[in-house]
Design a protein around this ligand. Structure first.
Ligand code: UDX
Length: 456
């Protein structure tokens, strides 16, 4: 282990959602392997599994979310809750740590917090503690956030149906319908939240990005102009430390045994991450599409995937579940060891919602994608997957319908265009491997990050 960070402590504060906890804990492991001591301050809600990280110190702070969880309607309201309510407990906790640290030999150099927890910048400033912001999504999606004020002036927020296909000249190749969206019912609040997030990254002591240079070269250059602070592009993090140990749900490994029985590149893996949900009609169409596709599939149907009712588990129409898994044709689990699934030789395609972690994991295993983004950054990412890197098909139909699903699965899994995407994504996979190796751009940027932290 490199020891550059020895005697220096770092406080990390994740946002309590699976897609945010994974990269934060991967980053913690990367920094720990360079000698830094790691303290994770976390909410009680979705608290990380500390037993998987015996070498880190975990400190919970009260979050108060359980009292209001039922009234929180979406992810955006969830994030806003933390930003409005958690400054005092975080500040108290940091104050205690800083005064303890002064007594002990180890100094705390900085706090690293998720960019969506924008209140942390004010807390850090009040304690004169440097803050580094972690962006857990693509550079392109952050650029879209920085453009929100202009987009609003241009009338793209809220947007009329007639403008959905319009190209956004500031953000090629995005169209209006690809712009991130969290809460179209309350544009004012959405713009305020995004504005706060962007405006609190700008005064930070630097931003850490989970991406790699080759993937987003021109976006990174633009980002440097928009946000003139030190930028550390050190991804993909999961190439260095896997996501499995930070999984909040237990991963059902029986699907790996099932994959072992399937021919190479034959299986489509279907998962929509930890937050996205759909209505019952869409869920049933996907089920019929998979059942009729004649393509072996592995589908993650997690609790809460189907919304629109009080139920946590979906109700399957009579006989459909049996039809789907009869003869071992399909496998359905509640939560999978995703990275391992994508690395399995049987997996030839990934139907994804294009969360950034899933997208990076797919790229790094050379798996082409069927893109069905749900909200937020996922729309931007899907556009890049299909139109910039050209390693996936964008399912752009308004209402999913079984026949269309079958047709697109075939395009991806059996036809020439799918084969071409597989070749392109294999080349990106190689580039990602080069970036994190000694001398690669992510490796070098990590050395810069370490030097920056040591300079605080
Ligand atoms: C959230 C946002 O929704 C997303 O838009 C943003 O880019 C990141 O934060 P989420 O929707 O959960 O994330 O998706 P994603 O970013 O793909 O992260 C999901 C993580 O859960 C991945 O690391 C994946 O490997 C893991 N996972 C997913 C499992 O371990 N098992 C599963 O069955 C499914």
């Amino acid at each position: 282990m490199e020891q550059k960070g020895r005697g220096v402590g770092l406080v990390l504060f994740p946002c309590p959602l699976q897609g945010h906890i994974n990269p934060m804990l991967q980053l913690a492991s990367i920094l720990y392997s360079n000698g830094f001591s790691i303290i994770i301050i976390h909410t009680q809600f979705n608290s990380p599994k500390s037993s998987n990280y015996p070498h880190f110190t975990f400190i919970p702070i009260p979050d108060g979310i359980s009292d209001v969880l039922d009234s929180i309607s979406d992810g955006f309201a969830f994030l806003s809750f933390f930003n409005v309510n958690r400054a005092v407990p975080l500040r108290d906790c940091l104050l205690r740590l800083l005064s303890d640290g002064a007594k002990e030999a180890e100094r705390i150099a900085c706090i690293i917090s998720d960019s969506v927890m924008h209140f942390t910048q004010g807390v850090a400033d009040s304690l004169k503690l440097p803050r580094l912001a972690l962006r857990v999504s693509s550079t392109a999606s952050f650029l879209a956030f920085t453009a929100f004020p202009v987009l609003r002036l241009k009338g793209y927020r809220p947007v009329s149906d007639s403008e959905l296909e319009t190209e956004v000249s500031e953000l090629p190749p995005l169209r209006v319908k690809d712009l991130p969206a969290y809460n179209m019912d309350n544009i004012e609040k959405e713009c305020q939240f995004v504005g706060s997030m962007v405006n609190h990254v700008k005064p930070s002591s630097g931003v850490i990005l989970n991406t790699f240079h080759h993937l987003e070269e021109s976006e990174l250059a633009k980002f440097g102009q928009e946000v003139p602070i030190p930028i550390f592009t050190i991804g993909p993090f999961h190439k260095l430390f896997p996501a499995s140990s930070s999984s909040l749900l237990s991963q059902d490994r029986s699907c790996i045994t099932w994959l072992d029985t399937q021919p190479p590149n034959s299986v489509i893996y279907v998962s929509f991450g930890s937050v996205a949900s759909m209505d019952e009609a869409e869920f049933v169409e996907i089920a019929w599409g998979l059942a009729n596709s004649e393509c072996p599939f592995l589908w993650v149907v997690r609790s809460g995937l189907v919304h629109g009712s009080d139920r946590i588990e979906p109700v399957w129409p009579d006989g459909l579940l049996e039809l789907m898994i009869s003869g071992g044709k399909g496998c359905i689990v509640k939560w999978a060891p995703q990275q391992e699934v994508l690395a399995h030789p049987a997996v030839g395609g990934f139907w994804t919602h294009n969360g950034w972690n899933s997208t990076l994991e797919s790229i790094c295993e050379g798996v082409p994608m069927l893109c069905r983004p749900c909200f937020g950054d996922q729309k931007v990412i899907a556009r890049y997957v299909s139109h910039v890197w050209r390693v996936g098909l964008h399912l752009e139909i308004n209402r999913l319908e079984g026949g269309e699903i079958v047709r697109n699965i075939r395009r991806l899994m059996d036809e020439k265009e799918g084969e071409e995407m597989r070749e392109r994504v294999a080349s990106l996979k190689e580039k990602a491997e080069v970036c994190v190796r000694k001398g690669g751009s992510s490796y070098e940027s990590l050395q810069d990050l370490i030097a920056r932290i040591l300079s605080f």
